[in-house]
Ligand binder design. Structure first.
Ligand SMILES: [Fe+2]
Length: 442
């Protein structure tokens, strides 16, 4: 018997207790661990939280698979993936502190798969203490063929910018295109194919608590990211007897084991520890309808809490298309210094504080307490703009914002596409103060 992993259905909802089976009757009913499972499958639990975590944060799934995971694991040997770094890696780059911006990371020559194509830009915190995160770019030109991976160090949030990804996970298959994201849980085995031949995008690797939806407070029961727009794949499995590798990231190091079959052999599963995708265009933004604008946290899609209320290990925030209607208001993001550290990327279009220099596929880092804000042109334009309703359209920027300082990797510091003149974007900001209440606007 065999079955192919083609994308099956997608199941809506966030944090649901799902159940799904790729063969009829494969999922045991009424119990988790029968004496013999249907189809001769093995029952196995995958725990994403301690057994004793409170019910609201307890995450686990029951997998019914052709072989138990011990058969997808043999003797390991160390392998090098030198461009995928983990915290703590303080001052990996010799660059002095400063606001930093890059043009896109170029594609590599030759065949490089999703895992080998990972390039770490920043690290924050400590992978050993399960606190912090890393910001990566992937530049991939080859499918993962009979090559599988899991990350014991954290959850992976993928933000495609160029080219689609087909993500085959233990629990099912997701096609993810630019303007969509997906999340792969810690420990879940997967591989990635590139339907468009190559792909580039951003990754947040969160070492801490699982991503969840932010509370909405007085906004109420709707808007921002709505649970039904998150989609989890239905069960799909590979029954494939071919020499394969499983690479593991474990406390910042990489190890590989060789097996004789596909580890994506889960025929049925139930539970709430799951991969999912989300279309950023379904985010319903909430903003100012008279004057000023809220803090950018109003655009938080997902948050990985730190344990301290309101202080995220990492927030995933987007800047989607929206109407700007505020009266007598400086509409772009204001000038800012922040205890949190802000890594930004641009998926498509323009970002309203920086119309030049920040291009799709590019990224910027505004680190702990380093000032940032609109460039001189942006300030000039916004200070004189006609304040009629204006649609900011065909744009999608995002931010990985963490409570911890983000350290540049040597790769990021020496990347040829780093804009050495970035800080000059503020050089043209004039002194407007001349002692009169009107100021000097000539
Ligand atoms: Fe900021």
């Amino acid at each position: 018997m065999s079955a192919e992993t083609t994308p099956g259905g997608l199941m809506p909802g966030f944090g649901n207790d799902f159940e799904t089976e790729a063969l009829p009757g494969a999922l045991p009913q009424g119990q988790n661990s029968p004496q013999r499972c249907p189809y001769g499958l093995y029952a196995e639990q995958l725990s994403g939280s301690p057994f004793t975590a409170p019910r609201a944060t307890n995450e686990r799934s029951w997998l019914y698979r052709i072989r138990p995971s011990v058969k997808h694991s043999g003797r390991y040997k160390a392998v090098d993936l030198p461009l995928w770094k983990s915290g703590p890696a303080p001052f990996d780059s010799e660059l002095p502190i400063g606001q930093t911006r890059w043009d896109p990371v170029p594609y590599p020559d030759g065949a490089v798969d999703f895992i080998a194509g990972m390039r770490t830009m920043t690290t924050a915190g400590d992978v050993h203490g399960q606190a912090g995160m890393a910001s990566h770019i992937y530049v991939a030109t080859a499918d993962m063929q009979d090559a599988y991976f899991f990350n014991a160090d954290g959850e992976l949030l993928l933000v495609p910018q160029d080219g689609r990804l087909r993500v085959f996970t233990e629990l099912g298959v997701m096609d993810v295109a630019p303007l969509e994201i997906c999340v792969i849980p810690r420990g879940m085995v997967f591989r990635v194919e590139l339907p468009d031949g190559r792909a580039r995008g951003y990754v947040c690797e969160s070492y801490g608590a699982i991503f969840t939806l932010p509370d909405r407070g007085p906004i109420g029961a709707n808007c921002l990211a709505n649970p039904r727009d998150f989609k989890t794949p239905a069960a799909a499995f590979e029954d494939k007897e071919t020499p394969s590798t499983v690479t593991v990231k474990w406390c910042g190091r990489f190890y590989v084991t060789e097996i004789g079959h596909s580890p994506l052999d889960v025929v049925a599963w139930h539970g709430n520890y799951v991969p999912y995708k989300y279309d950023l265009r379904t985010f319903s933004p909430v903003g100012a309808i008279l004057f000023d604008h809220p803090d950018p946290s109003i655009f938080t899609v997902l948050t990985a809490p730190s344990g301290e209320p309101g202080t995220a290990n990492v927030d995933f925030v987007i800047f989607p298309p929206r109407w700007m209607v505020a009266e007598n208001t400086f509409r772009p993001p204001w000038y800012h210094r922040n205890i949190m550290s802000e890594f930004m990327g641009l998926i498509t279009g323009q970002y309203d504080a920086k119309e030049q220099g920040f291009i799709p596929g590019g990224m910027s880092l505004h680190n702990m307490m380093l000032p940032h804000g609109p460039d001189a042109d942006g300030f000039e334009k916004a200070s004189r703009a006609d304040l009629g309703p204006q649609k900011l359209d065909a744009t999608m920027a995002f931010m990985f914002e963490t409570r911890l300082p983000q350290h540049l990797t040597d790769f990021a510091g020496s990347l040829k596409t780093r804009q050495e003149d970035y800080v000059d974007c503020w050089a043209g900001l004039k002194k407007r103060f001349n002692g009169t209440p009107e100021g000097d606007w000539d």
